[in-house]
Design a protein around this ligand. Structure first.
Ligand code: MOS
Length: 723
């Protein structure tokens, strides 16, 4: 039986946040703390020849400067290791400069001002490489084919197609800009290293710091209780962590670094530029029958972020024959990485654009065209799709949006002042991945409850989801519920990313609640005691009761827990042994293109998501709004531009990296199908964070085509492209 819908609660941490009580890593203050500032390399590629620290050391308050000679050789990955265990340690401060902005020194001082002044006084000399390749079009860019994704025989099916559309789309490099920048504070005390870091992967940080600093991971604790925005930037090991930790070990004092945004642009991962060449063939009846899709992206020389742009496109529209290739184009940049809806966002912009082009070429309504392509089966694995309400999303969205008021011809909807109006639709899917989990629950007679589980709060609302699910099952005092998440000292922490947080925490809550109830029943031995669990414990004079559980994804083996303990990775899906699961969304956008300025406005968007059972409506709606806002930013504003002369990024601050402001955002009407996935977990909840964004940029671009007749295939679409 599907679980009943969830009752609505306010955000678990709303009051603390409003009162400014929430402790973010960038806000930490510790007694005797040193402030650190990193010094970025000013060459794009080469070697550090010397770092003169004398001038910096003369500045009052500067205590010490760390350079490459202060770091040990990292521990190489174990022989024969695979997956994440095989990843090399993130470099510390090393003489080899692989990208502009890499750290060459770390200044430690009694105040932030002294640290900044000290960093400015560092004199480094370099032996630059004779040449470097900053762009994918540079000489020296190395194209490297990667894993293809295939189903059926696309070439054969394409040869039989009656109508073919082919186009090339591009998504530029983009940077996440969480308000809290990269920040690490380290404490070395009593033979233990404690790292407070704004990270989505406390266990990842622990494993990597151990490798980078040649330490036993058993002496490292990582704590990340609240993150001021993650979006994937804080999901992989960060460059500054080991620097700050080493500084704490060498000085014996707590050390804190909050990286300036300009350095974050250069040292953090980013969304690489990607190119998408897509051909879709339709048969004589107008049914899509073949897809050929070649994708590549910008990659660093040693980077590992895979170009897997076929994560959800093969499953979208019931096309059996799919041929997808991928490639890295290696250049001299820092490693790119995961940024919200990492692959499906750019892939859907391209793919939903080509689907739209095909619909117009066939003379079909883009909504009706998509509705005619429902899917039951994953053509890649051959498994059934376990729940899919995409057509319900499209139909409901069209209704709420008023799609029937649209006239098909591009440029046919014009307001009295000449403003061109466009309606656009596009859809998205995102793999429903699940992580193994370990949870520990302690209920005390004094009324308090401590729940330690693997999860990170980056503002998406996971604490609210956890509290809501736990309080639904256990009669405990919500006012004294302490959620210990993002902390490796109590239970191992999975990387919280890829929209698997909610679906991974709910089974652990079910299991821990059942075990707690059973333990209390056993303790009471048949006695009937009125009141909540705390009261029951008090009556039988037990100070507390604690239970621990571990949970696995469908079909996952017990040894996945080893990966969770070692490095925070224990993932399964979207292909499970007998089924494949995605979350889905349909976005509808209205655009207005002003007649003289050609400025594009987006007065309203309607988004309907199928993320299975909605656990916390308030945070879910907020997730989708955030995803749509970001997609509008991506479609119309965002691009990080390479400086081809010197390497590095030109617009490396929030003044020049243009994102939408409130005045750019109109009405965003969000709704959910809210029907449980029967196979993924008992609650039937799938992921939402990433799918929220998937397709929304495509809906805007498709609406611009409808408004103007201009098919613009590169993001961002700006005024100059519509002149
Ligand atoms: Mo997400 S980009 O996997 O944090």
């Amino acid at each position: 039986m599907p679980a009943a819908p969830f009752a609505e609660r306010a955000r678990f941490d709303a009051r603390d946040k409003v009162l400014g009580r929430t402790q973010f890593t960038a806000d930490i203050q510790l007694p005797d703390m040193l402030y650190a500032m990193s010094v970025p390399a000013t060459i794009a590629k080469g070697r550090v020849r010397s770092v003169a620290i004398d001038e910096a050391m003369k500045i009052p308050g500067v205590v010490r400067v760390l350079t490459a000679k202060d770091f040990l050789a990292p521990i190489p990955p174990p022989r024969g290791a695979t997956g994440m265990a095989a990843a090399p340690a993130v470099p510390t401060i090393v003489p080899d400069i692989a990208y502009r902005g890499a750290p060459v020194a770390l200044v430690l001082a009694e105040s932030i001002e002294a640290a900044v002044q000290g960093a400015e006084a560092i004199q480094a000399t370099y032996a630059p490489s004779a040449s470097f390749s900053p762009l994918i079009t540079s000489e020296g860019a190395a194209r490297e084919p990667s894993e293809p994704v295939k189903a059926g025989n696309a070439a054969e099916a394409m040869a039989r197609a009656a109508t073919i559309v082919e186009a090339e789309y591009e998504c530029p490099a983009q940077h996440h800009n969480p308000i809290e920048t990269l920040s690490t504070t380290a404490v070395w005390s009593g033979g233990r290293l404690t790292i407070y870091e704004a990270t989505q992967g406390a266990q990842v940080v622990k494993a990597n710091a151990a490798k980078s600093l040649a330490l036993d991971p058993a002496i490292i604790d990582v704590k990340s209780s609240y993150i001021g925005g993650g979006f994937g930037q804080k999901g992989t090991a960060q460059r500054q962590t080991a620097l700050v930790a080493r500084a704490a070990m060498l000085t014996g004092r707590p050390v804190k670094l909050v990286m300036p945004r300009g350095q974050v642009f250069h040292n953090a991962t980013f969304r690489p530029l990607s190119r998408h060449k897509i051909r879709i063939g339709a048969d004589a009846s107008g049914k899509m029958v073949a897809i050929e899709y070649d994708a590549d992206h910008q990659q660093s020389r040693g980077g590992q972020f895979p170009p897997q742009y076929h994560e959800s496109q093969p499953q979208m529209y019931g096309v059996a024959d799919y041929d997808g290739t991928t490639a890295n184009v290696r250049i001299d940049t820092q490693a790119p990485g995961y940024m919200r809806a990492p692959h499906p966002h750019p892939a859907s912009f391209a793919f939903e654009g080509v689907v739209d082009e095909l619909a117009y070429k066939l003379g079909k309504d883009p909504v009706a065209f998509r509705l005619a392509h429902d899917a039951k089966v994953d053509p890649v694995s051959g498994h059934p799709l376990s729940s899919r309400f995409l057509n319900e999303c499209i139909a409901q969205g069209a209704e709420r949006f008023g799609w029937s008021r649209r006239s098909q011809a591009p440029g046919s909807m014009v307001l009295a002042d000449g403003t061109q109006v466009g309606f656009g639709v596009a859809c998205g899917a995102y793999p429903a991945i699940t992580s193994a989990n370990i949870a520990r629950l302690r209920v005390s007679a004094d009324g308090s409850t401590r729940f330690a589980v693997s999860a990170h709060e980056m503002g998406q609302g996971i604490r609210t989801v956890i509290a809501q699910a736990l309080l639904r099952q256990l009669d405990i005092d919500p006012a004294k519920l302490d959620l210990q998440i993002g902390d490796t000292s109590l239970v191992p922490q999975h990387l919280t990313a890829g929209s698997w947080g909610t679906a991974s925490v709910l089974p652990a809550i079910d299991a821990v609640a059942a075990k707690m109830k059973a333990a209390i029943e056993e303790l009471l031995a048949g006695r009937q005691i009125d009141g909540n669990l705390h009261r029951k414990l008090a009556t039988v004079r037990r100070p507390y009761i604690e239970v621990e559980v571990s949970t696995l994804a469908p079909g996952q083996e017990e040894r996945a827990l080893l990966g969770l303990r070692a490095a925070g990775y224990a993932l399964a899906g979207p292909e499970y042994p007998a089924f494949t699961t995605f979350s889905y969304i349909a976005h509808f956008a209205e655009v207005h293109v002003e007649p003289r300025t050609r400025r594009v406005r987006v007065p309203r968007v309607v988004s309907i998501a199928d993320c299975g059972r909605v656990v916390s409506l308030r945070t879910a709606v907020s997730q989708v709004r955030g995803g749509v806002v970001w997609a509008i930013g991506s479609a119309l504003r965002e691009e990080t531009e390479v400086d081809p002369r010197f390497g590095g990024w030109l617009n490396n601050d929030l003044a020049d990296y243009v994102v939408p402001v409130n005045a750019d955002i109109g009405d965003i009407d969000v709704s959910f199908i809210d029907r449980p996935d029967p196979l993924l977990n008992a609650t039937g909840s799938k992921g939402l964070g990433e799918v929220a964004m998937v397709g929304a940029a495509g809906a805007v671009a498709n609406a611009i085509y409808h408004a103007t007749g201009r098919r613009l295939r590169r993001m961002p679409i700006r005024i100059e492209h519509l002149l």
